[in-house]
Design a protein around this ligand. Sequence first.
Ligand SMILES: [Ca+2]
Length: 248
Amino acid sequence: MLLKYCGFIFVCMMLPACGDVMDAVCQSVSCISGHEKEDTSSDTIAPDIMITSPVNLAVVTLPVSVTVDATDDRAVDRVEYLINDDAFSISTNPPFSLTIDKGDLNDGLYKIQAVAYDTSENSWTAISAINIVTAESADPTLDIVTMEQSLDLYTIAIRATHDSGIARVVFEIFATNNPIDPASRQFNDFVSQSVDVDPDLYEIVINVCTDLQDPVTGHGLRITVDANNDASVVVTQDINVVRTDCPA
Ligand SMILES: [Ca+2]
């Protein structure tokens, strides 16, 4: 109250109902209280910052988001991120988070430093550690995209992926004349490399007249996809191979 009413303090002390009078006076003059006064003093208070996610020493897979809680008595200007003491990224907009994408870092243990700056360049650092590991799905994916015959050529194309990479794709076409005894089937193995235009696409083109050992019976198809980490997936199904265009 004393600060707020400034020069009216002596008048007030000599009047009854002082509070009411002073409130009325205050409405009619330009009153400046300590709180309302613009603070032009220098900013010496550093921001606060803590890394809220991931928790310290968390095991993570990429991409991963690093989130922080950064506050300042005036304003947070930016958060600078260092990874293993090297500058990595600067975030200038709330919530000042960081995304580490696939390919940014290899597997391993990393120190993350998040340094919050206020508009007066005061700073404070939060430190955390993350352990990056590569996520590997249990089995490769295998999707058949083409199974078609044109005259005596039969084309089979699949799309196969795995986090560890694809080691090989094997196409086997076998006669189904003795399905009870798989050991008696005759396989023609075709090991395929990925097609250049699409690294996930694997394709074979066989000549149904010359590549197949059994010219008469129906045929089955078995596709085996082996990943670099020895994970594997197998798909077997019948295929409709037509041999009527073969030369006599
Ligand atoms: Ca400050």
